[in-house]
Design a protein around this ligand. Sequence first.
Ligand SMILES: NC(=O)c1ccc[n+]([C@@H]2O[C@H](COP(=O)([O-])OP(=O)(O)OC[C@H]3O[C@@H](n4cnc5c(N)ncnc54)[C@H](OP(=O)(O)O)[C@@H]3O)[C@@H](O)[C@H]2O)c1
Length: 463
Amino acid sequence: MELGDVQEFFAGKTILVTGVTGFLGKVFVEKMLRVQPDIKKLYLLIRSPNIGLATQRLHVEVFRKELFKVQRAEKGADFDSFISEKVVAVVGDVSLEMLGVKDVKRNEEMLKEIDIIVHSAATTKLDDRFDTAMATNTMGALNVLDYAKNCRKLEILLYVSTAYVCGEPKGLVIEKPFFMGQTLKGGSLKLDIKLEKKLIEEKISELKAENANEETINSVMKNFGMIRANLHGWPNTYVFTKAMGEMLVANMKDNLPLIIIRPTIVISTHSEPFPGWIEEVRTMDYVVDKYGKGTIRSFVGVPETVVDVIPADMVVNSMIIASVARSKNLCRSLIYHIGSSSRNPFKYSDLIDDMHCYFTKNPWINKNDRPVHVEKKLTLFSTRMDEFDKNKGTKMETAIELYRPYGLFEGIFDDQNVEKLRMVAKRVVDTTFNFDPKNIVWKDYMMNVHFPGIVKHSMRSKM
Ligand SMILES: NC(=O)c1ccc[n+]([C@@H]2O[C@H](COP(=O)([O-])OP(=O)(O)OC[C@H]3O[C@@H](n4cnc5c(N)ncnc54)[C@H](OP(=O)(O)O)[C@@H]3O)[C@@H](O)[C@H]2O)c1
């Protein structure tokens, strides 16, 4: 595969993208517009009360972000007209049938024109309300699949899942789909998605009948998600509902050309459009943020844990190449693990050393303009109950519980399908579409790219 093949494939194509106000969605849109200005149109689905506000969200939350500075500089005064020419904001919501697109004329046009759907929207909170996560991550995936089936000339449906749908396994985790009804507990237990939906409806009715206030409903529905997830063997509501979403699309796709991308933990861009772009603090960066700010000295985990992280630009590159490879029949795999653990593992102990090294040299400056000095390295605990006890009833207890499965994770993500993809696209992977984790020099990336990126883009306004 050559660069020309990629450009030729996307030239004149129309793509519907969900989740563009989110981290990964933006990086995808930026790359697409940069490498393929001949794309016909990008329909970007945005939650909003009306089209005016959707368009405003798009400009403020997407195109005005620093992420687009390279294209702004390249296109100069033409940037805004280029965006207006290529991009169409669509009011919608993946939790609704036909994605809640109410504008009939627009909907008809979309169904006629769309060639590719990239579904990145999700609720990514590990412990969101069960009803919200089910509607967004599970039914949302099904709604996107139904929409795709209604598109007259769809070539690819690319669904962004997560590698952690696997739960808490040990050893090599294979790139294989779930079968319908599968649980991680095995045995005779079956997962019935309709039943899960019914239980949610019953729980909400019960709460309403009791006149429960919003705060109580939130808390009960959050707990309920975790209970149901744990019952079936998943550690939290997020991965449970994402797994059910995968189950539905993989088993109900019929002949639709489906690709499921399972990234691990997505962190700041490695090199494109520039190194170190990231939004918000989450998963691994929760620890970096809190350690840098001097608010934690210890956290849950073991030094040997492989923290599977992957830069956002590599995830997006793999999404683009998987689509081209599938359409050209070069690679027809359904599932791709996009991570680093099997080819270039980065350990928790490396993270601890690098954080210590970085924040002792570059202390975090707090809101009073004072440097926060971190003296000791972060210590890890896995079974020391005193650490858990010390944090009982605090926000830290919730964080420890949520991140425990990842701090103690013992799986390695096999990526043979991704390796095949890299092979068929070797020339472009070596140049414009790098997604080879072997190219990451972790210490250099953490010290010079990722940590400065978090400090600049995510930690800045927090404390
Ligand atoms: N970030 C990671 O480390 C990571 C790792 C593995 C997999 N993933 C997967 O990658 C995808 C993107 O993740 P991300 O980090 O970019 O997430 P994110 O920053 O949390 O963004 C989520 C996006 O989904 C949209 N969304 C949520 N509910 C929606 C709904 N009902 N209808 C339409 N849009 C909705 C949000 O829109 P609003 O702005 O309106 O809320 C936002 O644009 C997700 O599918 C996630 O599961 C992420």
